[in-house]
Write a protein that binds this ligand. Structure first.
Ligand code: H2U
Ligand code: ZN
Length: 351
């Protein structure tokens, strides 16, 4: 930490400018013993195609619909969507103590590729680029009709992922969800107060400090953010001002595919496991409006703390007071930076 007034090895709080909230950092606590829950490590070898998988090409899903015989990314309507296209529109309870409003939306599932056995970092960069293109297409398509399009991936059973076939989700809604509303307000305030785009200034500052960078290339930066809450949380940022994924140029999409492969490979190599996380894209809302204060970014929120089986719990003080971490963002970035970019599963296969 560069500030002379805040000690990097004593308890301190850091401010998350994007969410407008503090996180308690307790680096002196790093060595506390652990005899709590361990997750079961999965060493399972998956087949290229699984006849029993609901998401593999040509298979029949739970509801009787047959999947396309697809190659590359493939999107289908979620059979159990949380939002419906034809539910009642626009009503509220009108009761200030018991507020509610009707909402509409839709949900889709996106298989990253036909391969049942390959997670995002195990796909070649050219295949990850196709995933980036489909993310952008989906935001463009649904963004024409909805205020917000959430593009995300829950990876690993520990994060509640229900299907082993590598996939993400897309939910579109006629409202702005809480996280987006908060980021919107914080970014708008920052522009109004400083005349600068928050995450553009932040990316430039991280690029020059070089304390929290995990991977970078000409167009992108992945950092453990100053205000990280999850042990190995990262923030993926373009270096240029970009509002939404569909605005990315071809070379920027290639750069993103390269960065995602390298970042997720480091994640997997950290504990030699398919590193679980929830990741997702935040870009300017697709509702009509002035969104110049926005900067496109992705959050990776991985739960693992000290091995493939020991996770961080957001409980106790965190649920009741505020988020807390022991490992500093700088230590986490250093750990991830020290890892190779050859995937642990390909060890011994390199030529
Ligand atoms: P996870 O990303 O958390 O694993 O969720 C998978 C989604 O896939 C989930 O929203 C959908 C579930 O509704 N799904 C289908 O639409 N059809 C199926 O046959 C299996 C799962
Ligand atoms: Zn499958």
């Amino acid at each position: 930490m560069s500030s002379s007034c805040v000690s990097s090895d004593a308890p301190h709080r850091r401010f998350n400018l994007l969410k407008g909230e503090w996180v308690l950092v307790s680096p002196h606590r790093n060595k506390r013993p652990w005899s709590g829950q361990q997750e079961a490590a999965s060493a399972e070898v998956k087949p290229r195609f699984d006849p029993g998988c609901y998401l593999c090409p040509g298979n029949t899903r739970n509801n009787g619909v047959t999947n396309d015989d697809y190659e590359g990314p493939w999107v289908f309507d979620n059979d159990f969507p949380a939002l419906l296209t034809d539910s009642p529109e626009g009503g509220t309870t009108g009761d200030p103590l018991f507020r509610a409003e009707n909402v509409r939306g839709t949900a889709r599932v996106m298989c990253f590729s036909e391969r049942h056995d390959l997670t995002l970092p195990e796909l070649p960069v050219s295949e990850i680029r196709k995933v980036v293109d489909v993310w952008a297409e989906q935001i463009e398509d649904l963004g024409a009709r909805y205020d917000w399009v959430a593009v995300f991936e829950n990876k690993g059973a520990v994060m509640g992922c229900s299907q082993p076939h590598p996939h993400g989700q897309i939910w579109a809604s006629d409202f702005l969800p809480n996280e987006v509303t908060r980021e919107d307000a914080c970014q708008a305030r920052h522009l109004a107060e400083t005349g600068e785009v928050l995450l553009l200034s932040y990316a430039a500052a991280e690029a020059s400090k070089r304390e929290r960078i995990v991977v970078e290339n000409d167009d992108w930066l992945a950092v453990v953010p100053w205000w990280a809450v999850w042990p190995f949380e990262t923030l993926v940022l373009p270096r240029r001002h970009v509002l939404r994924l569909p605005d990315l140029t071809g070379p920027e999409r290639d750069g993103l595919a390269d960065l995602l492969k390298r970042l997720c490979t480091r994640y997997d190599n950290l504990f030699e496991t398919e590193f679980p996380y929830t990741m997702g894209w935040h870009g300017a809302p697709t509702r009509a409006g002035l969104w110049d204060h926005w900067q496109l970014h992705a959050h990776f929120y991985p739960p693992l703390l000290r091995s493939a089986t020991v996770r961080k719990f957001m409980v106790g003080y965190e649920m009741l007071s505020e988020a807390q971490r022991d490992l500093t963002a700088e230590q986490a970035a250093e750990r991830l930076r020290s890892l190779p970019e050859l995937h642990f599963k390909s060890k011994g296969q390199e030529r």
